[in-house]
Design a protein around this ligand. Structure first.
Ligand SMILES: [Zn+2]
Ligand SMILES: [Zn+2]
Length: 633
């Protein structure tokens, strides 16, 4: 550690303007923190931070030395005067451990000022380093509680970051081998988990849960016990995105003594909080013991080191991580790992959408280097061709208008994160363009509202057009066509013809099942599937056309439900690529990988995709099973 950080200090000193000096230099996780003695003089030069960051290829954070910090009350007053009223500041809080002032506003751009001028003024005049946060346009409990926890537990977080920094900037011998082991999500959908190992590092990529009625409970979790190592020997967890099949097992690591970092995008952190807290709630409601408690989720959140797309980050002495958009849900990433000075470059697709949706831009497939690609195959089977998006949208609107005209109701089971916002945008656009025809309400139930609120905190992660709408104060998620169900579902069930968006998407539980039970017996009603259903899920059974399904009732007894409503599927909405898009993703990938490993698909689909890709591209494509290990170098 001494060596690397002192080398870095020497390099940085060349950029420090004359007249000021570095009081202290620290590594907080992958970030280099400079404490500057004379902050006025430091900022007298154009942009020293940018020059230093460029030269070092690291994130540089500048803070004033402790004696320069103004008293918080005074500082608050000064800051309020420096920021224009239009910025909509609604909270100013201080984090003494980090010499930071957190400014929450509706228009962060106006707090920052042109070229960051206001921010510079704030640190120059108060000593506090400003951190600007966006206030969601819809109130979000999750965002509020994460921000408060981060401030409250700053001391703990600081300690963890310093410890992590120490490891990242330590000297190690170059590794001569790289190995990955499939711990979950290979030849199956669910419990995604990959273990990446070198002689220096032990890194986990995703750790999810599986939700399927299979024979034994152990099939719900990744095979971490086969690693035979204590969890505190793991150096880092990288999270591609926050669906439970990728993040649901992560708090368990913390329950078992892991205290290292989770690298992910800021929205992934927030959505992980939303979904894992809900997982605990659902388990308890069913009288089951969850794998971990709320305190473990909070611990996981405190250990998140968030990164935006495209930021190259040292996550260990030898491994650099970059997250890129994967087009699947808010904040979802393709993970790029540059290992041991380019000895190997690994790309892990996470869940992938290689085409435009209403919500997101298509997945990135250009990288500086790639040798191995791990690719999902949810819809990689021979017959998996989705309709184009516009056709799928038309289909939904057609079924909805037909059903409403007959006096029926339409149930659309959706994942609360991702598909629900995508479908909401379809109805928002329909209502905006056809005010005369949009004579029905679209009810949103479960966590959809909270998930949508989180979307409004991160407009920069959304598609450009959507970003513009949110930034100009016209968030489509607040269209008058939407009505939030606040508790009383029976009123919706007994009420006027309408559309109901409710989780869970695969009908493995949640409000969608409750609505289904009430609506299934009436042929006037419809159900539309817009997302993925695993083989044994209730959703799949209904989708396949079963006329009678058994559902566990509130009292734990099986209830038989007659399926008389109209059952439809609109495939083009999936947040996953279909076979053609997956093929195009690899075909147009720059540069071409030499090895492709297929995961995240039913066995047949993994094999079919592996076979066709290897024939088409003439490269080594394999479909490993859980517990297979592959030496990459
Ligand atoms: Zn996903
Ligand atoms: Zn997934």
């Amino acid at each position: 550690m001494q060596n690397l950080l002192s080398d870095i200090t020497k390099k940085i000193e060349q950029f420090i303007p004359t007249g000021c000096s570095i009081a202290k230099i620290e590594a907080e996780g992958p970030d280099i923190i400079l404490y500057i003695d004379d902050i006025e003089k430091f900022y007298a030069v154009d942009n020293p931070v940018k020059d230093i960051a460029n030269a070092l290829k690291k994130k540089i954070i500048v803070r004033a030395a402790p004696q320069l910090l103004m008293k918080p009350d005074e500082a608050k007053e000064t800051i309020s005067k420096l920021i224009q009223a239009e910025a909509g500041v609604n909270e100013i809080r201080f984090s003494p451990e980090f010499h930071e002032v957190w400014i929450e506003a509706y228009k962060p751009g106006l707090v920052i000022g042109k070229g960051g001028t206001t921010l510079k003024e704030i640190i120059k005049s108060t000593g506090w380093a400003p951190k600007v946060l966006r206030t969601p346009t819809l109130p979000s409990e999750v965002v509020k509680s994460i921000r408060s926890t981060m401030l409250k537990e700053a001391e703990l977080r600081k300690k963890f970051l310093l410890k992590t920094g120490k490891r990242i900037f330590s000297n190690v011998e170059k590794t001569s081998w790289i190995k990955i082991t499939a711990l979950g999500g290979f030849k199956e959908v669910g419990r995604s988990c990959i273990f990446l190992e070198t002689s220096n590092d032990k890194i986990v990529l995703d750790a999810g849960l599986k939700f399927e009625a299979t024979d034994t409970a152990k099939d719900f979790y990744p095979y971490v016990s086969t690693l035979n190592i204590p969890f505190d020997e793991i150096n880092a967890i990288v999270l591609s995105h926050s669906h439970l099949d990728h993040c649901g097992f992560i708090p368990y690591f913390f329950a078992m003594g892991y205290e290292g970092p989770i690298y992910c995008t800021p929205p992934s952190r927030d959505l992980m909080a939303l979904l894992t807290f809900d997982y605990i709630k659902v388990m308890k409601k069913q009288g089951l013991t969850p794998l971990y408690e709320e305190k473990d989720v909070r611990k996981a959140l405190l250990h998140c080191i968030t990164r935006d797309f495209g930021e190259v980050t040292d996550i260990s002495p030898e491994i650099k991580l970059t997250l890129h958009n994967s087009g699947h849900i808010l904040g979802s990433s393709v993970v790029h790992l540059h290992i041991s000075d380019g000895l190997h470059n690994l790309v892990y697709s996470g869940d992938l959408k290689f085409s435009h949706t209403k919500l997101l831009n298509p997945a990135v497939n250009t990288f500086p280097r790639v040798e191995t690609l791990i690719l999902e195959s949810t819809y990689g089977g021979k017959e998996d061709f989705h309709h184009p998006r516009p056709q799928a949208e038309e289909k939904v609107i057609k079924i909805v208008t037909e059903t409403i005209a007959k006096g029926g109701k339409v149930l659309i089971p959706v994942f609360s994160v991702g598909r629900s916002q995508d479908i909401m945008l379809v109805f928002e656009e329909f209502a905006r363009r056809n005010p005369d025809k949009a004579n029905f309400k679209v009810y949103i139930d479960g966590m959809i509202l909270e998930a949508s609120a989180i979307h409004t905190v991160y407009p920069e992660y959304l598609k450009d057009s959507l970003q513009r709408m949110i930034l100009s104060g016209k968030s489509p998620f607040e269209s008058p066509i939407f009505e939030v169900v606040k508790g009383n579902r029976q009123e919706v069930i007994d009420g006027e013809p309408c559309v109901i968006l409710a989780p869970s998407g695969m009908m493995t539980g949640g409000p969608s099942v409750e609505y289904f039970k009430a609506l299934a017996g009436d042929p006037k009603n419809s159900i539309i599937f817009v997302g993925f259903n695993t083989n044994y899920s209730l959703g799949r059974k209904i989708q396949k056309g079963e006329k009678e399904v058994a559902i566990v009732g509130e009292d734990g007894r099986l209830e038989t439900i007659q399926v008389k409503l109209r059952v439809e599927t609109a495939e083009g909405f999936s947040g996953h690529s279909d076979r053609r898009q997956l093929t195009n993703y690899v075909k147009s990938m720059k540069p071409k990988p030499s090895l492709v490993l297929i995961d995240h698909g039913e066995p047949k689909k993994c094999e079919e995709l592996a076979h066709s890709l290897s024939r088409l591209l003439g490269i080594d494509v394999r479909a490993p099973m859980d517990l297979d290990s592959i030496r990459l170098k």
